[in-house]
Design a protein around this ligand. Structure first.
Ligand SMILES: O=C(O)CCC(=O)C(=O)O
Ligand SMILES: [Fe+2]
Length: 370
């Protein structure tokens, strides 16, 4: 979301009425376009010069985002919790290792995504997003015929709570797909709760503080497929955006570096660590923490050699949750209140209603525009 993009419709009703959070215009499948003609890049995908993934915009220093050892965190290790605090303040992103999600579950999840995108187009189209919905197979954040498009196809599924699963969008004919998503969803949820317990303590609350603030916590997954591009310097896999979630947990291919995050004014590539999960702060956490934890702009680039998949799991507060700065955070810091109290659903509708555009939606949350 912004949540990556597109997102959701969470199965509000069986007839395919959307989640009520937004919708996206239908556009062609990039995967299919490349399959038919790999040497043409339609104008709509060619980024303006200043948006292209040029090396010159890259951070000149080579940085690595922080690495957090989850088993230390889960054992109450204070030094590791301090590292988490630093990572959220200085980077908004970290990689988590020893996270407790079984390797087998990660492997099955990636295989399920690959199997879905390997289906013939007509099969995939059976799960196409409805016009009023963000769930299903399609593209994200397409709101006008004029806007530039990302070099990406996606599938968005609401995964938790169970009642939000709308199986008409789940390719359950793929053996193992449902089981893989369900297992991954459950294990990621455990990881999410432990991360929130630690962040709650760091923000001056009880361990269950953030969980309670979410109200009915939801989980949605964006399965991304980035086809190869013969001129990767002209396109973006995903345009710069921040996630509208509270946090996002990303599973990505081990051997392709494509995700880049904004840091010190430049783009820093996130080099995959095998079986690690990349975690980032979303817009809701930035609001709750009064900007102490940053929802960082990120993007994904493509390459000419190998398609890439990723799975972004968005943790989504309840519609009625308020995402303004929390009292304990304000009390423990010397900075004034910088963000408004906004009802989460209002923020979501606003942010999902526009093309992803860096951190522009976050301005809605800020008290003074900078
Ligand atoms: O594929 C990636 O590395 C990033 C995906 C992403 O940012 C998103 O889906 O929100
Ligand atoms: Fe994202």
């Amino acid at each position: 979301m912004k949540m990556g993009s597109k997102v959701e419709n969470g199965g509000k009703d069986e007839d395919g009425e959307g989640l009520g959070w937004g919708s996206s215009l239908p556009v062609p499948s990039v995967q299919e376009m490349v399959r038919n003609d790999s040497k043409t890049i339609p104008e709509r995908y060619i980024q303006k010069h200043e948006e292209r993934p040029l090396d010159s915009q890259m951070c000149q220093v080579s940085f690595e985002i922080p690495i957090i050892n989850f088993s230390l965190l889960a054992n109450g290790d204070e030094e590791e919790r301090g590292k988490l605090d630093f990572a959220c303040k200085e980077w908004g992103f970290f990689q988590i290792i020893d996270h407790g999600v079984a390797d087998e579950v990660l492997t099955k999840m990636k295989a399920a995504v690959e199997a879905f995108f390997a289906l013939p187009l007509v099969e995939k189209q059976k799960y196409a997003m409805a016009a009023n919905d963000l769930q299903g197979y399609g593209q994200g954040y397409v709101v006008s015929d004029q806007q530039k498009l990302d070099w990406n196809d996606l599938m968005f599924l609401m995964t938790l709570p169970n009642k939000y699963r709308n199986f008409k969008y789940w390719p359950t004919t793929i053996p193992g797909f449902k089981e893989a998503v369900e297992q991954y969803s459950e294990q990621i949820q455990k990881l999410t709760c432990e991360i929130f317990a630690n962040l709650s303590i760091l923000m001056g609350m009880e361990r269950n503080g953030l969980e309670e603030l979410h109200g009915e916590m939801k989980q949605g997954m964006r399965l991304n497929y980035y086809p190869t591009c013969f001129k990767p310097e002209l396109v973006l896999g995903v345009s710069p955006h921040s996630d509208a979630s509270s946090i996002t947990l990303l599973l990505q291919d081990d051997d392709i570096t494509a995700l880049q995050i904004k840091h010190d004014g430049g783009w820093v590539p996130v080099k995959p660590i095998p079986n690690a999960i990349v975690v980032n702060m979303g817009d809701a956490m930035e609001g709750w923490s009064n900007g102490m934890y940053k929802s960082i702009e990120h993007r994904a680039v493509t390459n000419a050699m190998k398609p890439r998949i990723s799975v972004a799991t968005f943790v989504i507060p309840a519609e009625e949750a308020e995402i303004g700065p929390l009292e304990p955070v304000l009390q423990n810091s010397c900075s004034p209140k910088m963000y408004k109290n906004v009802k989460y659903v209002d923020y979501l509708r606003y942010t999902l209603g526009g093309k992803m555009d860096g951190k522009s939606s976050l301005q809605l949350l800020k008290l003074e525009s900078e």
